[in-house]
Write a protein that binds this ligand. Structure first.
Ligand code: FES
Length: 166
């Protein structure tokens, strides 16, 4: 009777030992795979990156539309995106504005309204913005055009993501 209890206890000991060692080995194999699988989620958001726009010498005091190409990582997928940036010089300052109307998201153009050639114009509901992006009172947009953070390195302009101006 006591011999039988002793055998059962030994069997249990071996079972627990094998389960412990097996679990440890399994975790050692699985953890690197889990880390690899979730790694894109743990990466810093690409939205904080600065992307090359154009040479500083390309800018004038009148806003021009420049094409901005950048990559966005969404989980495991990397997509190439393309935006338009309206950029100009205000004295020594680089001003870079989003073309997205803050009313309902149509695309604005500079000088698109012949009666207001020095403003941004949105044809959808006749929204207007001053050259610095400030919304013109009495038109549908209720906030300024979003503005890009800018950096100049070696004569090249880099922009981040557009931010509200308020
Ligand atoms: S979407 Fe621009 S004025 Fe309405």
């Amino acid at each position: 009777m006591s011999e039988k209890n002793h055998n059962v206890s030994r069997r249990q000991f071996l079972t627990y030992t094998l389960m412990g060692v097996g679990g440890f080995m399994g975790a050692a194999m699985v953890m690197p795979m889990v880390r690899f699988a979730v790694d894109p989620i743990l990466q810093a958001d690409a939205a904080g990156d600065m992307n090359e726009l154009t040479a500083l010498s390309d800018l004038t005091e009148e806003p021009q539309a420049f094409s901005l190409t950048y990559e966005v990582e969404d989980g495991w997928v990397t997509q190439t995106m393309e935006d338009t940036v309206w950029a100009y010089l205000s004295g020594d300052e680089v001003v870079a504005l989003s073309p997205t109307c803050t009313h309902l998201g149509c695309t604005v153009n500079f000088g698109g309204d012949e009666n207001n050639p020095d403003q941004f114009f949105c044809p959808c509901h006749f929204g207007r913005f001053e050259i610095d992006g400030t919304n013109v009172p009495g038109t549908p947009p209720t906030e300024p055009l979003h503005r890009y953070d800018t950096e100049i390195r070696d004569g090249v302009i880099y922009v981040g993501r557009p931010q509200p101006q308020q």
